[in-house]
Design a protein around this ligand. Structure first.
Ligand code: NDP
Length: 329
């Protein structure tokens, strides 16, 4: 038996979540069984802890889109009992049972070895949000971003993706302008390395002019919607925006003018289906480019029983930094 946070749906379509003791034979199919140590709370987890947001196919369901732990049984020659592993993506926690449990079973193709220099807890302090922030920064670098080019904008900065992006960019020597709707997080963001704070309302409004002053050399955007549209018109000539999220909306009320007159690039970032080599590269970069004291400053610890409330909080944009779930606490 092991503990798991189970979300169930009744006939009226109402979901409810509770921690239950379940037996190992209920684990889904897969060739690697992991004794989970830590998971985390991401925006998608908020959806899967509640109504499912169209992501969850079957109930009862165990959410948790990422986890880290120790291999307990393996039929995959790449993983032996005792190996430390990390999982993000592949629709685990949505279509497949996820990390809000003391045990998980998956396809070995979806795992990566725990990166050297990180503990299982630190890897989940990073989690899907931080891993995706790293992918976004790598994409911006691949498109020519260097610290000499100017300020980099991070939207949704006090959230998970934004916090990790801010800390990594600052560590790499970038000037970071952090957009937040929570003025009380200014001290936190400056501690992570932000050099300028931009109030959400100053950049969220739509404007008629498709182009504004060339301001940002790059952008990691966790917000989407009207803010992303506005940011496109503020990018420097030839600069790129890495579109990561939709915390502010999925619509993009923009014009093509920034693409045509300023050669601006809009780079899509997907963490779910990233090829293995890129995952390993991103995790290695995280281990070297994210200062661990800054990562610790982002962490809010949690247990399985805290999750239903935290799921609601993250959907309302009320979680600061990263929530790390100790599934054995
Ligand atoms: P968080 O909730 O931790 O962060 C989102 C932040 O966005 C909030 O903290 C808040 O920051 C800001 N925000 C929230 N609502 C609004 C709003 N209405 N308008 C403007 N800003 C808002 O979530 P995550 O960091 O976990 O995820 C961020 C986004 O990235 C989500 O949309 C998520 O789905 C997406 N994502 C995508 C991935 C991919 O593979 N592409 C992987 C991981 C995440 P502040 O208070 O500072 O303004």
């Amino acid at each position: 038996m092991f503990k798991a946070l189970i979300v169930d749906k009744d006939e009226a379509g109402t979901t409810s979540a509770s921690v239950q003791d379940i037996s190992t034979d209920r684990l889904p199919e897969g060739n690697v069984t992991v004794a989970v140590e830590y998971s985390s709370v991401n925006y998608k987890d908020g959806l899967c802890l509640g109504s499912g947001g169209g992501l969850v196919r079957n109930y009862p369901h165990v959410p948790g889109i990422d986890y880290a732990g120790t291999v307990e049984a393996s039929e995959d020659p790449r993983y032996a009992v005792g190996d430390k592993v990390v999982l993000t993506g592949w629709r685990v926690g949505e279509v497949h049972w996820g990390g809000y449990a003391q045990k998980a079973r998956v396809n070995g193709d979806w795992l990566v070895p725990l990166p050297e220099g990180l503990s299982t807890r630190q890897s989940m302090a990073v989690g899907t949000a931080g891993f995706t922030a790293m992918l976004a920064i790598m994409a911006l670098e691949d498109h020519g971003l260097t610290p000499q080019k100017g300020e980099v904008l991070v939207t949704g900065a006090a959230g998970g993706v934004g916090s990790v992006a801010t800390a990594i960019l600052a560590h790499l020597g970038y000037q970071v302008a952090a957009v937040t709707g929570r003025p009380e997080t200014e001290g936190y963001l400056r501690e992570l390395g932000a050099t300028r704070i931009v109030a959400r309302e100053d950049i969220a409004e739509t404007v008629k002019r498709p182009l504004e002053a060339e301001t940002w050399a790059g952008c990691v955007d966790a917000v989407g919607g009207a803010m992303l549209a506005r940011v496109l018109g503020q990018m420097k000539y030839g600069a790129s925006v890495a579109a990561v999220g939709l915390a502010g909306g999925a619509a993009l009320p923009a014009t093509v003018v920034p693409f045509l007159l300023r050669g601006v690039n809009l780079l899509g970032i997907d963490s779910v289906m990233q090829p293995y080599e890129n995952r390993v590269r991103a995790w290695q970069r995280i281990a070297t480019d994210l200062p661990m004291d800054k990562l610790e400053a982002m962490v809010q610890p949690a247990t399985l029983t805290d999750l239903p409330k935290l799921g609601g909080d993250i959907l309302k944009g009320q979680v600061k930094g990263r929530v790390v779930v100790d599934v054995n606490a």
